[in-house]
Design a binder for this molecule. Structure first.
Ligand SMILES: *Cc1c(COP(=O)(O)O)cnc(C)c1O
Length: 659
């Protein structure tokens, strides 16, 4: 079953093509029937994504949706803690690892709960970067033995909240980003009569790298320079709070692609730590921030969407370098804290979108017969396509391009009619098509323009989702995510496509894809089959993406299902929880329209039209009902594509569109 009958295409070829064996291990693979499978706990237990989609559909939950694998979250927390525990044991490191999860990377309650529970045995804590996140952190921290670290700009209320939490005996550390915060901390702690735990954020000289590099360096938004650090230390000392300075923090930016950058930053920060310790402050903790990356393209390189190191290597490097520097400086080793967010949550969720339309240049091409041609320019193109040709591919391409431009210009000036222009365009695309096939077969170097033909000829697959809601970093920062069909991987993909979303924005598309070298301009996919839904999975979207959407075109949050492994079930899982995506009513209320007000406004117009006999009362009423009913439905397209047979057989059992 691993090969489809027509070709020698195998599922392992699909795994290679889409990179499952690189970015996907150990969590995603393709089974022998060509379905994408998840292994949430990185073991032999397997869940077919397609089964989850079907099960969700039976509960009335449709794509676009996010599938969260809760066990995968757990696995990541354990893996990070184990990596540090192992490195600490290997190096005989004389202090502890006490990681925290930065809430901003995924604030969803179910995500935070799972991480907290998984981290409980390891004393894994939480990090807040804003006041709303602090409210979450304090409530969710419960009886955790982990730290609670407060970053971000702080006003007096932020500090007052945190110090009240300190007052009930919690290990909450206020990390000062700037001198004015030190002042506020001193003031509020006097007022509340509580001894604060204070950290200082260093503005390192070590430069970040990658898309999020601006978190360090002289122009960074955050952190204290060496002069300010000295001043902060003096301020605390003068306020009789010398005992309060406990932690040194830095954050070099997210998704650091190069391990060397991280090592340099750790070395620099450890020097700061040791200096403060030698000045007589108690210290005790070094917090190396976030930055631990995810290898989105699987290339294991220092390319922006990749990392040239593993999670385990990162842990070893932190432990080793801190130990080395502390030994040299004769300072006791600190407890180590990381604030890894992306590395914990990115793999656990998948965005599922349905392709519902194919826009193809090839599909509407005219077959141009010689005797139908009236214009010289068309006849020239016809000759290029069908005549004998002694020129090379690149030259043919240039000639054809010139003729096409000539045809466009003749049309603009009124010398070519619509039929003539359509003929010219059809012939041009057919020439390109033929050249592309030839280039595809040729080995070795090919000029850029010819390689670009595949991109030029790519089809557009229209997908029911919004890039702005669900893949914000792809739009804003060109971040790449692995994208694959979730079934039919035992068939050779024969269509090169780019993806377009349903927003009215020409930026709402995905036209850059992961590749081992650099990036690809199209994604090989399968032709759509009538009546069969075709789903794509966009992977590793659990960090930032699935929580950050921007409501462009008012599409809003998508549906969600939360999946748990369960050996007692035939398909190995159950859906514990579902979260319904936004209804139209919800997003409209978000921009200040009340459903009631909208209905009244429309009703007034319908009443007027009824009075004036423009519309029959009965039709007016049913229009009003439609409007009211639509307010309660989902914002995304309601695609109803069912196999005819099944649609009839299951009609009565079919779930209602979720609302
Ligand atoms: C965003 C942020 C993090 C998380 O970074 P990741 O690269 O996602 O691990 C950690 N610490 C601070 C201060 C941050 O701002």
């Amino acid at each position: 079953m691993s090969t489809s009958p027509k070709s020698r295409w195998t599922t392992s070829e699909a795994e290679r093509l889409y990179g499952f064996n690189r970015w996907g291990t150990p969590y995603f693979s393709v089974d022998k029937e060509g379905f994408v499978c998840a292994h949430p706990d990185a073991d032999e237990r397997t869940v077919r994504i397609d089964d989850v989609i079907k099960e969700a559909a039976s509960k009335g939950i449709k794509a676009p949706m996010v599938i969260r694998f809760q066990d995968l979250l757990r696995n990541r927390v354990q893996r990070l803690n184990k990596a540090f525990a192992d490195s600490i044991a290997e190096e005989n490191y004389p202090a502890r690892y006490r990681g925290v999860f930065p809430i901003k990377v995924n604030q969803l309650r179910e995500v935070i709960e799972e991480i907290r529970d998984a981290g409980e045995a390891h004393g894994y804590g939480l990090e807040a970067g804003s006041k709303p996140e602090l409210l979450i952190a304090m409530a969710m921290h419960q009886d955790s033995q982990g730290l609670l670290i407060c970053n971000g700009y702080k006003d007096e209320d932020y500090i007052r909240l945190a110090l009240n939490y300190r007052k009930i005996g919690k290990e909450i550390i206020l990390v000062a980003e700037q001198l004015s915060e030190v002042e506020l901390i001193i003031k509020v702690s006097r007022e509340l009569r509580v001894e604060p735990l204070v950290g200082l954020r260093a503005k390192l000289g070590t430069r970040g790298e990658g898309k999020w590099a601006m978190s360090t360096g002289d122009n960074a938004k955050f952190g204290l320079t060496s002069m300010e650090m000295l001043e902060a230390a003096r301020m605390l000392e003068k306020a009789d709070l010398k005992e309060s300075l406990r932690l040194l923090h830095f954050h070099i930016g997210s998704q650091v692609p190069n391990i060397i950058t991280l090592k340099n930053a750790v070395v620099e920060a450890t020097r700061y730590y040791c200096q403060l310790k030698k000045m007589g402050f108690p210290m005790g903790s070094l917090d190396v921030g976030g930055g631990l990356g995810i290898d989105y393209d699987g290339s294991r390189s220092n390319y922006e969407s990749s990392t040239n190191y593993s999670l385990e290597e990162y842990a070893r490097d932190v432990v080793y370098n801190v130990k080395q520097i502390c030994a040299k400086m004769k300072v006791p080793c600190p407890d180590l804290t990381t604030e890894s967010g992306r590395a914990i949550v990115a793999p656990h969720s998948i965005l599922i979108t349905e392709v519902f339309e194919r826009i193809s240049k090839r599909e509407s091409l005219l077959k141009v017969r010689k005797d139908e041609i009236k214009d010289q320019v068309v006849s020239d193109l016809h000759e290029m396509l069908y005549g004998r040709n002694k020129y090379g591919a690149l030259e043919i391409y240039h000639d054809a391009l010139q003729k096409k431009e000539e045809a466009d210009s003749l049309f603009s000036h009124g010398y070519l009619d619509l039929v003539g222009r359509a003929q010219a365009e059809s012939l041009f695309w057919q020439i390109c098509d033929r050249l592309e096939k030839k280039v595809y077969k040729t080995r070795g170097y090919q000029p850029e323009e010819l390689i670009g033909l595949s991109e030029l000829l790519s089809d557009q697959y229209v997908c029911n989702f919004s890039v702005f809601q669900s893949l914000l970093d792809h739009w804003a920062l060109d971040q790449l995510f692995p994208i694959t069909p979730i079934a039919r991987l035992n068939e050779r993909p024969s269509v090169n496509a780019i993806l377009v979303d349903i927003t009215c924005d020409s930026d709402g598309k995905v036209s850059k894809f992961i590749d081992l070298e650099d990036e690809k301009q199209y994604l090989p996919l399968h032709p759509l089959k009538k009546g069969d839904p075709y789903f794509l999975g966009i992977f590793l979207v659990g960090a930032y993406q699935d929580i950050m959407g921007d409501n462009h075109n008012l599409f809003g949050r998508v549906n969600e299902v939360h999946v748990f492994l369960d050996e007692d079930e035939d398909d190995g899982f159950y859906i514990e929880d579902t979260i319904k995506g936004y209804r139209m009513k919800d997003v409209l209320e978000g921009v200040q329209y009340s459903a009631e007000g909208l209905c009244q406004n429309l009703k007034r117009q319908i009443d007027k039209a009824t009075k004036e006999d423009i519309v029959r009362p009965r039709d007016g009423v049913s229009f009003m009902e439609l409007y009211e009913q639509q307010l309660q439905t989902k914002t995304y397209l309601n695609i109803t594509k069912k196999k005819k047979r099944r649609a009839i057989a299951k009609k009565s059992a079919a779930p209602k569109e979720d609302s």
